[in-house]
Design a protein. Structure first.
Length: 309
C-alpha cells in the first residue's frame, strides 16, 4: 500500500471516495467493494481522501475525530487498498463545482474503471455532487458506479454521526458493533500530582487528545494496552473537581486493577468499555477513596462476567 499526498496520473483504477472518519463497519463495506472490484478485474484500488475533514477548512473547525489520523490510514490499508491519496482540502478543491471535480480530478488523473461511494457521499462546492451525478456520468466517462446502501446493526444506521453521539453520551458499550472496536484514545503517560497514590489509587495520566471527539466526563470501566498486553482498569475522565488547585484541562486518569508498576513515559491505549457514573465532586479525599473502592468493585464484577473483553 502506498500513501500519496499529491495527484499523479494513475489510470484504470477502482476508486473509492470518502473521508472515512473512524473507518467504521459501514466504511469497511465501501472500501472492500472497491478492493473486490479491482481484484476481479486485475486492477489496483485507490482511496481519494483528505488529510483533514473538509469542514475544518470550510467552517474553520478544530478537528474532532473518532480515531487518530494515523490509525485511519492503517485501517483503510487493512481493507486491502493499494493506494491512498491523502490530499489537502484547500481553496482550489473547495471552489471546484462538482462536475469539475469529477472531470478535472477523478477523470483527468485516474480514468477510473470503477467508482464506489457510500449512499451519503457528497462532493464539490456546495455539496452538489452526489450518487445521482456519479451514476449519470458513468457512460460518458467509461466507469461503472457503485453506491453502497445504508449499513445497519440492530436497526441502527452505522454512521460516524451516530458513533460521535454515543461517545459524547458515554454510551461506550454500544459502540463496538458499529465501529468495529471499542472507542479509545492514545497518548504518553505524564507525571501527575500523585494524589492517587496517597489514597491507594495510583493512576496513569494522559492529556486528552485535542483532535479526538470528547467523551462525556465521568468514570469508566476500561482496558489499558501497552507493551502488547491488556490490563483491566477504571478511568476517570474530567477536571478533578475534588482536588484543590488541580489543573482545569481535561485529563484522563487510568487506575489499572491489581497493578503497581511505573509506566511513566510509556505510550498507552485506553479503550472505554462502559460508563459507571458521571464526574462528581467529593467533600474530602477519604470520601473520594470510598467511592473509588466501589467503582473498582463494579469494574472487577464486570471483568469477571466479560473475560473476553
Amino acid at each position: 500500500m502506498q500513501v500519496l499526498e499529491k495527484l499523479d496520473y494513475n489510470p484504470n483504477l477502482s476508486l473509492c471516495l470518502g473521508f472515512f472518519d473512524g473507518v467504521h463497519q459501514g466504511h469497511k463495506v465501501v472500501l472492500r467493494n472497491s478492493v473486490n472490484l479491482a481484484k476481479q478485474s486485475g486492477l489496483k484500488s485507490a482511496v481519494i481522501t483528505f488529510k483533514e475533514h473538509p469542514l475544518c477548512y470550510l467552517q474553520n473547525r478544530t478537528p474532532q475525530y473518532i480515531i487518530p489520523p494515523e490509525d485511519r490510514i492503517e485501517l483503510m490499508a487493512a481493507q486491502g487498498i493499494d493506494y491512498i491519496y491523502l490530499l489537502n482540502f484547500d481553496e482550489d478543491i473547495a471552489d471546484l463545482i462538482a462536475v469539475d471535480y469529477l472531470k478535472e480530478v477523478l477523470i483527468k488523473y485516474f480514468k477510473p474503471k470503477f467508482i464506489t461511494t457510500g449512499f451519503n457521499h457528497f462532493f464539490g462546492a456546495g455539496k452538489k455532487g452526489d450518487a445521482a451525478m456519479l451514476r449519470a456520468y458513468q457512460n460518458e466517462y467509461g466507469y461503472k458506479y457503485f453506491e453502497i446502501p445504508p449499513i445497519t446493526y440492530d436497526n441502527t444506521l452505522i454512521s460516524s454521526s451516530k458513533i460521535r453521539q454515543l461517545v459524547s453520551e458515554g454510551a461506550m458499550e454500544n459502540i463496538k458493533n458499529l465501529l468495529g472496536t471499542h472507542f479509545y484514545v492514545k497518548g504518553r503517560v505524564i507525571t501527575g500530582n500523585r494524589i492517587g497514590r496517597t489514597i491507594s489509587f495510583p493512576t496513569a495520566n494522559l492529556k486528552y487528545p485535542d483532535n479526538i471527539i470528547k467523551a462525556s466526563r465521568g468514570v469508566y470501566i476500561a482496558s489499558v494496552e501497552f507493551d502488547t498486553y491488556k490490563y483491566p482498569a477504571i478511568v476517570n475522565l474530567g477536571k478533578r473537581p475534588t482536588i484543590q488547585g488541580a489543573e482545569h484541562n481535561l485529563l484522563l486518569e487510568a487506575h489499572l486493577l491489581d497493578f503497581n508498576e511505573n509506566i511513566y513515559d510509556k505510550d498507552i491505549k485506553v479503550c472505554f468499555l462502559k460508563k459507571i457514573r458521571n464526574e462528581q465532586k467529593f467533600n474530602s479525599l477519604p470520601e473520594l477513596k470510598s467511592q473509588l473502592v466501589r467503582d473498582e468493585q463494579v469494574a472487577k464484577d464486570f471483568f469477571a462476567q466479560n473475560k473476553a473483553v
